[in-house]
Design a binder for this molecule. Sequence first.
Ligand code: SF4
Length: 122
Amino acid sequence: MESDEVTEGGVPHQLTQRLDPHRLCMQGTYSDPIRCVALDSEIGVYSRCTIHPNRPSVCREVDASWEYGKASSQCDRARVAHGMAPLTLADWRWRDDADNDDDHPDDNGNSPSSPPNTPIAA
Ligand code: SF4
């Protein structure tokens, strides 16, 4: 079990639902409409996992497309299913070294204080 009831630092147990004696799921993911209780989002505007450091392994296995340099077909399909275009490499440009705008006072070399476009990761 991955919940913090059994594994220190695991998924917050109060946000889970028991599927059977050996398996849990996140509340809201085993019902219709599916919406994980840990999701804070306005689809198409912003989204974040409120337990990101403690999210379940099934969630860790799905990277956002291009976050780590390659597309994720599962991420792409999920975005398309919700009427959004798949992410592109350009959605992560705010992580690039800011080596061409030394005239800006907030340029610290790799972490712009105001990312031009916050990526939307579904
Ligand atoms: S990554 Fe998404 S599905 Fe997984 S726990 Fe976070 S909000 Fe829920």
